[in-house]
Structure formats: C-alpha cells, structure tokens
Design a protein around this ligand. Sequence first.
Ligand code: I3P
Length: 110
Amino acid sequence: KKGYVMRKCCYDVNAKRTPFHKRSWKMFYCTLRDMVLYLHKDENGFRKNQMAGDNLHNAIRIHHALASRPDDYTKKQYVFRLQTADQAEYLFQTSDSKELQSWIDTINFV
Ligand code: I3P
C-alpha cells in the first residue's frame, strides 16, 4: 500500500513524550512493505530510496503494532493512531474514510 498521509509524532520509543518542537504534522509519501512503513518526502524520494535500497531511517516497524481509530482525538478527520511494539505512538491523517479503513486494515492484518 502507498499514498500521501500527514503524520504527527506523539510518543517516541519507550513511551517518551515527543518534545514540542517535533510534534507538528508533516506530509509524507508512505509505503508499506515487509512489515515496515517507509516515510518518504514525496514520490521521487520513494523511487530514489527504492533504487538505493531502503534504509530504516524514517521507517516504522509495524510487527506487533496496532492501528486504531482514536476517540480521544477529534481535531482532525480520518485519523488513525499507530502504536508500535517499542511503544512509540503516532497519529496519521488520511484523505477520506475509505483510505482510513484501508490503512488500518493493511497495518493490522498484514
Ligand atoms: C505542534 C503543532 C501540532 C500540535 C501540537 C503542537 O506545535 O501545532 O499541530 O498538534 O500540539 O505541539 P509545533 O508546530 O510548534 O511543533 P495538534 O494539531 O494535534 O494540536 P500538542 O503538543 O498538543 O501535540
């Protein structure tokens, strides 16, 4: 699965609250492959990294991760929360309800 999303970091690994200067929403071209969510600046970044062999920089391992709809976050629409095995936590905003469900299912059922 691939597509543009907005992402906000809430907790870094080991449930450490992400500091204020790193909590803003940023756009990424996101691809999911081999249980890793790769976050690229845009589609060109994706192609370039593919040729170079993706590294784990700006990548989120989704093995034992959970995607869910946050009922405590109402500022934006079509948002899912991603909690990782190493206790990091992110919010992702997708473009519509179909995309939202598709990302959640893809992450939870790969
Ligand atoms: C953050 C930015 C985020 C906001 C976050 C701010 O500030 O405004 O949009 O999250 O709030 O810290 P900055 O741009 O200076 O990094 P929301 O959009 O979810 O409110 P937070 O600290 O309450 O997460």
